[in-house]
Design a protein around this ligand. Structure first.
Ligand code: GLU
Length: 485
């Protein structure tokens, strides 16, 4: 290890949104750093100018902030090893490419796009691996300086020595081996003077003193190039840990076509960050304790790279929904109140005012019945407005020619009591049923229909007590008017 304190990084390319796979990579790095007392660095790999998207970096940072994955060094907060935007480090890459050129570990290549295309075509025809043929490796120093002074377009390529075995240890996959024959003379500096991912990534990981490179499996095949680079510079190689792929339910690679992949989509749908973090943490890692519900502190204390799996992790949306419910239920009334107020302010009820006490009573009876806070406004709409219609199947089953009379009497009975308690609503109901010589159900069901318009929901006496006597009486009148026409 380069020093005693582990240093890890999340190094996204700003694509416009944070992919859930990216969130997992960020999270594992974060958990690893927090668990080991190390440092977590955010570095933005923005050297692909063709893919530049305005606002993408800000979006990435704000999504990480939302998820509360905080880093110790990064573009917006600085640090000793900055800048943390690769586009601001071009001189550093040039300097390092020059060192490699000087040591013959890299070389200038002036080949035209046409030559490269026909080389490729020829190799494809022969059914052999397409790679650069080292044509420019042996240009004389003189030719090189002439070409450079003429300003001929060029790139810098890695000089991969053929016939070598490149071995490295991956913490998750153990020994990994590649033959250098399959490694292309990778472009390190492009003709636009920007570095490629490989050079910038290795130079930065070294200069930023990264001890553990924790990243997605899709980068495993790039690692041999990185090893060659570390060796070419004579640098210590960090520990690698390549995280398993994320898969759709049918075990194909997680794709947009089968569901959302952007963290902000989940955020917009109302998923709690705690649930998403809990869910993503389990995509490829297990604490080994048969539990599935974790808060962030537990994740930090339990996380270890030793229990990251090799095999792909299936993205199971039902599990995410379940975790969302679990996290929702464990939230305090105060937190839920704040969330409900936000939802209300963005809903059609935004102009109505409710006391905290009212909303907390609604939350208490509804939170076991919803997966998302905003569902309280849907499933429990009757706490915010009168029903405008009645569920047909319930009317058919529960409303009979006695119902209107029963409800009328129930209404009269509660009118006789000042500020009825929950128990009052219940006792009166029993009395009303007795007066009609019928079962409680003959009162409960029409009453529920009257106040909520639907057949299910929280306890009827809770609903009545929360909405109060006046609303209950109004709704009884309305249903009688509407259904007894
Ligand atoms: N820029 C790469 C990405 O977008 C980083 C890969 C790595 O962590 O080395 O994921």
């Amino acid at each position: 290890m380069i020093n005693n304190i582990p240093r890890v990084r999340f190094a996204p390319s700003p694509t416009g949104y944070l992919h859930v796979g990216g969130l997992r990579t960020a999270l594992y790095n974060y958990l690893f750093a927090r668990n080991s007392g190390g440092k977590f660095i955010l570095r933005i790999e923005d050297t692909d100018r063709n893919r530049y998207i305005p606002g993408a970096i800000e979006n990435l940072i704000s999504t990480l902030k939302w998820a509360e994955i905080d880093y110790d060094e990064g573009p917006d907060i600085g640090g000793e090893n900055g800048p943390y935007l690769q586009s601001e480090r071009l001189d550093i890459y040039k300097e390092h490419a020059d060192i490699l050129i000087k040591n013959k570990k890299a070389y200038y290549c002036f080949c035209s796009a046409e030559r490269l295309a026909s080389l490729r075509e020829e190799q494809q025809k022969q059914n052999i691996q397409t790679k650069y043929d080292k044509h420019c490796l042996n240009l004389s120093d003189e030719t090189i300086s002439q070409n450079l002074s003429k300003g001929l377009p060029h790139v810098v390529r890695l000089n991969v020595e053929p016939g070598k075995i490149i071995k490295f240890r991956d913490h998750i996959r153990e020994e990994v081996e590649f033959s250098s024959e399959v490694v292309d003379d990778q472009v390190l500096i492009k003709s636009d003077k920007y570095p490629t991912y490989h050079l910038a990534n290795v130079v930065d990981d070294h200069l930023m003193k990264i001890t553990h490179v924790i990243r997605g499996e899709e980068w495993l095949s790039s690692t041999p190039k990185h090893i060659i680079l570390y060796e070419a510079f004579g640098w210590e190689i960090p520990v690698f840990a390549h995280l398993p792929l994320l898969l759709n339910a049918d075990r194909s690679k997680l794709s947009k076509r089968q569901g959302d992949v952007a963290v902000e989509d989940y955020r917009n749908k109302g998923y709690l960050k705690e649930a998403l973090i809990n869910f993503v943490a389990l995509l490829g890692w297990t604490a080994g304790d048969d539990k599935e519900y974790y808060d962030i502190d537990e994740l930090i204390s339990k996380f270890s790279l030793d229990r990251v799996n090799k095999s792909g992790a299936v993205f199971n949306i039902e599990k995410l929904n379940w975790l969302n419910e679990e996290h929702l239920r464990r939230k305090s009334d105060a937190e839920l109140l704040q969330m409900l107020r936000t939802e209300l302010s963005e809903s059609k009820y935004s102009t109505l005012t409710y006391t905290d006490e009212y909303l907390i009573s609604v939350i208490r009876v509804m939170k076991e019945r919803v997966s998302f806070i905003k569902e309280i406004l849907e499933k429990g709409y009757y706490f915010f407005e009168e029903p405008s219609s009645y569920e047909e199947a319930v009317v058919k089953k529960r409303w009979n020619n006695q119902s209107a009379e029963i409800l009328k009497l129930y209404g009269e009975n509660i009118r006789a009591i000042n500020s009825p308690t929950k128990e009052d609503y219940e006792n009166i109901l029993k009395n009303t049923a007795a007066q009609f010589n019928t079962g409680n159900g003959d009162v409960i069901h029409p009453l529920r229909l009257a106040v909520s318009g639907i057949g299910g929901g929280p306890g009827i006496f809770d609903i009545l007590y929360i909405i109060g006597r006046e609303k209950t009486l109004n709704r009884i009148n309305t249903i009688i008017e509407k259904l007894n026409k």
